[in-house]
Design a protein. Structure first.
Length: 632
């Protein structure tokens, strides 16, 4: 049989050479965090609303949105999305019109209008951000799912069974500005604001009627508010003040709210609702932060919702070391120094549920200083492992990071993304599409598996430790019947199964364990005929594995890495997968740009431009490291 290793070596060399050439002087790597077109659309709408004169950017964003339109007139979130995505199409149509570079009589706008009308018009939009932007700019009524939530819930203490800090950090920084605007029934228009009345097919349509659970949730909140002391006017004024202070306390140095473009856009509208002038320094600084999030190439410009610089840098430095690049190589040294400087030293919201732990985590973006997460932290620690044994300052960073990761374990044994023990089911009763995924931050298989993989392979901790044992038990108890695991932050069952299998094997669970064998058999069973793996973004919304019908680089690499971790010798499935992975490295098509990162099911997916380098490099390196001359 042809020697797979002879093909792997040159590919590893090419990948590492390319990455070395692309490193920045400060030690970081910058790759595009490419989301859909809605963030670009919201930025156009915001800039026009504020009368910000940045025609070059608006025109470039317009062109990027227009280029993504499908021949049928709609916009998609991913290649195989059936019948387009209504909310995204509404966002795109509105922004193209508001930009001034497209007009209602243009052929592409007529096609978009026809599609939107065929799907029921503005009132049928499911995305809460779409509905809020429409309401905030006078195109629709405020959705009852938001306006019925009293702003005074911000006054409920953390000791109350349900309070603001029971929501996930991500939902919280979006919910507060939403509540401010809804409380004021805020709406702002300019002389150039488009009129979308022809898309308001049913002006009485305010969305789906609230569920019984949502009504019960409102009653529960009101019962808590009834216990607060003060007149209604006093409580309302206090809530407004607290909401304003909440946002201001979470503004990063670049002016953005929590380093997210989406929450920053909402914050700017909320500040306007509070009476801030359009030229107020808070608003102008926030706009500058948004503009700085743009990613530009010769062909396109887009706004990244949250630049992935720390995440990419950590993963690349780790992958390169796995490939054999020594820690004393200047590329790795610069990356480690960069990462060390980005370790967080402030106690953010995560400390509310984890009060007795020193800061020590890492965040996703370069400007993120108060919102660390478990996945970025373990990624940074993997990259810095070899330095912690020889350098005292790195050892201190390593120890603080390690203790922070361990402290973030949930009481159920798994790991969350951002904040521990924020998993109250009642919060998922919000009448907002996607609330089940966004409102809470529960233990997830991908986060738990990757935490265990770090703790086992890099920190030397195994199942003899009680907290490791509880983590492995959580994974085994949350395995699907078919042997897979659901992954929250990647697409989707391939991602979760990879993380679970590598985590379990790293912490000392036998590869022959039934749970591991079932997971490996499931991966082998879904391998494509071409030898690769590919899963549709539709999996996360339907909560079952949906094959893509094609192979992607990152998903093929994840599946291979998991199988390599399980099998002591290369199998035919592994070798076939390696060959397909190598072929994918030389292709450039929709499969190589298919989004495999997940943000919010059915609404937000990410094409990480770094992933076609990182995960193939990891899988190829692990194959070479484990099998060596034994490979056929």
């Amino acid at each position: 049989m042809h020697n797979v290793l002879s093909e792997i070596g040159p590919e590893i060399h090419q990948l590492t050479t390319t990455l070395i050439q692309q490193q920045k002087h400060d030690g970081s790597w910058h790759f595009c965090f490419e989301n859909g077109t809605s963030v670009d659309a919201f930025v156009i709408i915001l800039l026009r609303t504020l009368n910000v004169a940045n025609e070059a950017l608006i025109h470039q964003l317009h062109d990027r949105i227009l280029a993504e339109q499908q021949p049928e007139g709609h916009w998609k979130l991913f290649y195989d999305e059936q019948e387009g995505h209504l909310s995204t199409s509404i966002d795109a149509y509105y922004a193209l019109l508001y930009s001034g570079y497209s007009h209602t009589s243009d052929a592409h706008m007529l096609r978009a209008k026809s599609y939107i009308q065929s799907k029921g018009g503005l009132g049928k939009a499911t995305s809460i951000l779409t509905r809020v932007i429409l309401a905030a700019t006078g195109q629709a009524k405020w959705p009852a799912s938001i306006s019925s939530i009293p702003l005074e819930i911000l006054l409920l203490p953390t000791s109350f069974p349900i309070n603001l800090f029971d929501f996930s950090g991500y939902s919280r920084v979006h919910l507060v500005p939403l509540l401010i605007m809804a409380d004021r029934k805020f709406s702002i228009q300019t002389e150039h604001t488009p009129v979308l009345t022809d898309l308001q097919l049913d002006r009485t349509d305010t969305g789906e009627p609230p569920s019984r659970e949502f009504q019960d949730m409102l009653i529960y909140m009101q019962n808590g508010l009834n216990q607060l002391m003060g007149t209604p006017r006093y409580l309302h004024d206090a809530a407004i003040t607290k909401a304003e202070q909440f946002m201001q306390a979470r503004i990063e140095s670049d002016g953005t709210l929590y380093s997210y473009a989406s929450s920053t856009i909402l914050m700017i509208f909320a500040l306007l609702a509070l009476g801030y002038d359009r030229q107020d320094p808070l608003i102008t600084h926030a706009v500058q932060g948004l503009i700085a999030m743009q990613w530009r190439t010769d062909r396109t410009t887009t706004i990244q919702n949250s630049p992935s610089t720390v995440w990419d840098t950590a993963l690349i430095a780790y992958a390169m070391q796995e490939s054999g690049i020594a820690e004393n190589h200047k590329t790795i040294q610069r990356a480690a120094a960069y990462l060390s400087e980005r370790q967080q030293h402030k106690s953010g919201d995560w400390s509310i549920h984890n009060p007795h732990t020193l800061p020590g985590g890492w965040g996703f973006s370069e400007t993120n200083t108060i919102n660390p997460d478990v996945d970025d932290t373990t990624a940074a620690l993997r990259a810095m492992k070899n330095f912690s044994t020889t350098n005292a300052s790195y050892l201190d960073s390593w120890n603080r990071g390690l203790l922070w990761v361990i402290s973030m374990q949930n009481k159920d044994g798994g790991w969350p993304a951002f904040e521990k023990n924020t998993n109250k089911e009642i919060l998922t009763w919000l009448a907002i599409d996607g609330a089940k995924s966004a409102a809470i931050d529960p233990s997830e298989a991908d986060l738990t598996g990757r935490a265990l993989e770090y703790l086992g392979n890099f920190a030397g901790l195994h199942v003899r430790h009680d907290f490791i044992q509880r983590g492995t038990e959580w994974l085994m108890n949350h395995q699907e019947q078919d042997g897979s695991w659901y992954g929250r932050w990647g697409v989707c069952y391939i991602y979760g199964t990879w993380a679970a299998l590598t985590g379990l094997t790293a912490t000392g669970v036998s590869p022959h364990h039934t749970s591991i064998q079932k997971g490996a058999q499931w991966l082998a069973s879904i391998q494509n005929a071409d030898g690769g793996w590919g899963e549709s973004c539709r999996s996360d919304r339907l909560r079952r594995y949906i094959p893509l019908g094609a192979s992607t680089p990152s998903q093929t690499a994840w599946a291979l890495d998991a199988l390599i971790a399980v099998h002591s010798q290369p199998t035919d499935e592994i070798d076939q997968g390696i060959r397909r992975l190598i072929a994918l490295l030389h292709e450039d098509n929709w499969m190589t740009s298919y989004p495999t990162g997940a943000g919010l099911p059915g609404m937000f997916y990410i094409h990480y431009h770094s992933y076609r380098y990182i995960w193939p490099l990891v899988a190829l390196s692990h194959y070479r490291k484990k099998y060596g001359d034994h490979a056929l």
